[in-house]
Every structure is written in structure tokens, then in C-alpha cells.
Design a protein around this ligand. Structure first.
Ligand SMILES: Cc1cc2nc3c(=O)[nH]c(=O)nc-3n(C[C@H](O)[C@H](O)[C@H](O)COP(=O)(O)OP(=O)(O)OC[C@H]3O[C@@H](n4cnc5c(N)ncnc54)[C@H](O)[C@@H]3O)c2cc1C
Length: 357
């Protein structure tokens, strides 16, 4: 029962959302405790590590975590040759280094960041850690990922998830594009090959009922890349994880007199089509941290302003992605198989995606 009232803001999760929230709240003068059940920042990595250039405002944050530039996207629809799209530049990063750098920023700002610390439950009596400590912050930020326990405590649960599997293999020829593989067999998702200097991430995401197929989808793509002389046979690492694809949740609630704000995947901010969530996690984390500071200063509208800010930043793109994904999934539910034209309308690299009604 120690620390019961020591902190103004408690943040659960020290991924990009939580670390960004911690830094912003601490810079704003709040006494911040951020906890994560992981033993160290960002590890094990559960990510394909691509960040689009729109995070250029964050070049300072990306800093030493960048590993190679990406100049374009190549999309393979079924067996057709790749469509090359130069509109999708970005960076391959090292997620453990990136998450670690964000945590260092939070610590420098004065936030206490604690790893190996698990939140067990939340109630009006406080936040209970596995250690038995009970915290009673004035603001609780849920940055605890797709299956957020903080979200659940205010009745917000991601409506849909995609399950993923990814292997890391040697890359035999330098490559500067993210390769996307769309197929009617990859229901609710897609397969990818992202180059990171001398290795490549080869993975796939599928709707949960097809989880059992993930292994063979990834193995098939790996075999194809080996046959094409693009990657080696060895599997250097294997990872996976869930991605929220059901769109934005209402990110604000309360437990007793504690304001609760969700950020990043916990708020359903990953893109339902691409699965990209790093940028939204950083941006929403900062906004949540700033909202916490306003709340502590007595601004009763801090929570509802945060809700509006998220809707303004992410609402339109999430809604579009959700609509495209739903339409594609409806093809299967109606007993059909999407045609290449349906797949293109459902993928961000094609004009059809942006122009469809
Ligand atoms: C295989 C895969 C590939 C991906 N590839 C990309 C990509 O290339 N580009 C991209 O932009 N996005 C990608 N994403 C999505 C991206 O990883 C997430 O959107 C991003 O990590 C969200 O950040 P976050 O801070 O919200 O959550 P997370 O990074 O998930 O951090 C949440 C943290 O909360 C902690 N936590 C959870 N519960 C508790 C608890 N009870 N107590 C204490 N700590 C807790 C976890 O340990 C974790 O560290 C990928 C996801 C997967 C699974």
C-alpha cells in the first residue's frame, strides 16, 4: 500500500504511446510513474519496424533508431508483377532502440519509468500492481496495447484484431521498398517483406479465425523469396502479436475520480488496413500527456478535448480504412472470393482505395 498518492499520473505501458505520454506529462510538471511488464524497453520486438515519412516531425525522435531508408512500396496483387508506388517513403527502424530512446527522453523529463512491473487490476480503490503496490493517480493513461486492461476497466475493448506471424531472414540483395503481397487467401490482412539492411522481415497478418494458417502463409512467401534468390533460408528470429483493426475507441473515461485516457493501440489507433500504429502511438501519447497536464491544472474539459483531438488527427483515415476493410471482408461473408480489383480497392497504395465511394 506504499506510494498510494505519490504520483499525479500513472501510465501503463512503455511502448511508443506510453513513453511519449510520460515525457510530455513530465515536461508539463506532473509527477509521473510509467510501468511496463517487459524487462526492458521494446523487447522482444513485435513489429515489422517500418515508419512512413509522415513521422518526419519526429526525425529527432527516430534519430539513431533508423536502419535504412525506404523509397517506395511494391504491391503484388495475386500473381501479377509488382505495382511500384513511390508515394510511400519512410524508414526501417530498430524498434527496441526506438522504444528505448523514447523511454530515455521520458526519464530525462523526470518521469519514473519502471520495467518488470505488471498491472493486475484497476478499480475505484486504485491501480494494483503484481507487487501488491496500490496507486491512486489523478490521471491514468492506458498505453498498454491491443488487449488493454486499462481500456477494459472503462468498458473499451478493441472490436477486431488481426493476428500476425513474422520471421526475420537474411536479405541477399539490397532492397529499398516495402513489399506487400495481397491475395484472396490472406483473409482480413496481407503478407509482407520489409528489408532492413542485411535482413528482411517476412510476415503475414490474418483475421483471427485463420490464425492456424499463418505459419504456412509465411512459409510459402519465404519459399518464394528463397527461390527468387532474394532471401536466405535461415530463420534468424520469429515474432508475432495482435494488431487492433476495429477503429478508434472512445479514449476517455473515469474510474472513481481518476481520469482515464487511452493512447496508441489501446485506443484502437492502428490503421485497420495497413496495421501501422507507431506514428499514431507517438502522437496520441503526446496528446494524452498534454491532456493529463491540463486536467491537473483544473481544466474540466481536458478529457473531452483529448477525445476531439484524436478524432481530428485520426478519425478520417481510420474511418476510410475501416470502410475498405469491411467491404473486402463482406465479399468473403457473401460466399465469394475478392477479385484483384477488390483487393486493390482495399489497399492504401492504389488510387481506388482513396477514390472509392
Ligand atoms: C508483427 C507486427 C508488425 C507490426 N509492424 C508495424 C510496422 O511496420 N509499422 C507500424 O507503424 N506499426 C506496426 N505494428 C503495429 C505497432 O507495433 C503498434 O501499433 C505499436 O507498437 C503501438 O504502440 P503502443 O505504445 O500503443 O503499444 P505497444 O507498443 O504494444 O506497448 C504496450 C506496452 O504495454 C505493456 N503492457 C501491456 N499490458 C500491461 C500490464 N498489464 N502491465 C504492465 N505493462 C503492460 C506491454 O508490455 C507493452 O510494452 C506491427 C505490429 C505487429 C504485431
Amino acid at each position: 500500500v506504499s506510494e498510494a498518492r505519490e504520483y499525479d499520473v500513472v501510465i501503463v505501458g512503455l511502448g511508443p504511446a506510453g513513453a511519449s505520454a510520460a515525457a510530455t506529462a513530465a515536461v508539463g510538471g506532473a509527477r509521473v510513474l510509467a510501468v511496463d511488464r517487459k524487462v526492458s524497453a521494446g523487447e522482444p520486438v513485435q513489429c515489422a519496424e517500418f515508419v512512413p515519412s509522415l513521422i518526419d516531425v519526429d526525425r529527432g525522435v527516430l534519430g539513431e533508431a533508423t536502419r535504412q531508408p525506404i523509397s517506395a512500396m511494391q504491391t503484388f496483387v495475386e500473381e501479377a508483377p509488382a505495382a511500384h508506388q513511390p508515394r510511400f517513403p519512410g524508414w526501417m527502424i530498430d524498434r527496441a532502440a526506438f522504444d528505448g530512446a523514447l523511454v530515455r527522453m521520458a526519464r530525462r523529463a523526470g518521469a519514473v519509468c519502471r520495467f518488470g512491473s505488471v498491472v493486475r487490476s484497476i478499480s475505484a480503490a486504485g491501480v494494483v500492481l503484481a507487487s501488491g503496490d496500490r496507486l491512486r493517480p489523478r490521471v491514468l493513461i492506458g498505453a498498454d496495447g491491443p488487449r488493454s486492461i486499462i481500456g477494459r476497466s472503462i468498458g473499451r475493448v478493441n472490436r477486431a484484431l488481426v493476428e500476425t506471424r513474422q520471421i526475420t531472414v537474411p536479405l541477399l540483395r539490397p532492397h529499398a521498398a516495402t513489399d506487400i503481397f495481397l491475395s484472396s487467401t490472406a483473409v482480413g490482412g496481407y503478407a509482407w517483406m520489409f528489408p532492413k539492411r542485411d535482413v528482411a522481415h517476412v510476415g503475414a497478418g490474418l483475421a483471427p479465425p485463420l490464425r492456424a494458417r499463418l505459419k504456412s502463409v509465411v512459409a510459402d512467401l519465404h519459399r518464394r523469396l528463397v527461390a527468387e534468390g532474394r532471401t536466405g533460408k535461415d530463420v534468424l528470429a520469429t515474432t508475432g502479436g495482435a494488431i487492433p483493426v476495429g477503429g478508434m475507441l472512445d479514449p476517455v473515461g473515469c474510474v472513481g475520480d481518476t481520469l482515464v485516457a487511452l493512447a496508441g493501440d489501446a485506443a484502437g489507433l492502428a490503421n485497420p488496413v495497413s496495421g501501422a500504429g507507431i506514428h499514431a502511438a507517438v502522437v496520441s501519447g503526446r496528446l494524452a500527456g498534454a491532456a493529463a497536464v491540463r486536467w491537473l491544472a483544473g481544466r474540466a474539459d481536458a478529457g473531452s478535448d483529448y477525445r476531439d483531438e484524436l478524432a481530428e488527427c485520426f478519425g478520417a483515415s481510420l474511418d476510410r480504412a475501416l470502410a475498405r476493410r469491411s467491404r473486402l471482408l463482406a465479399t468473403y461473408h457473401n460466399g465469394g472470393q475478392p477479385r484483384p480489383s477488390d483487393l486493390k480497392r482495399g489497399w492504401i497504395a492504389f488510387d481506388e482505395y482513396w477514390n472509392a465511394a
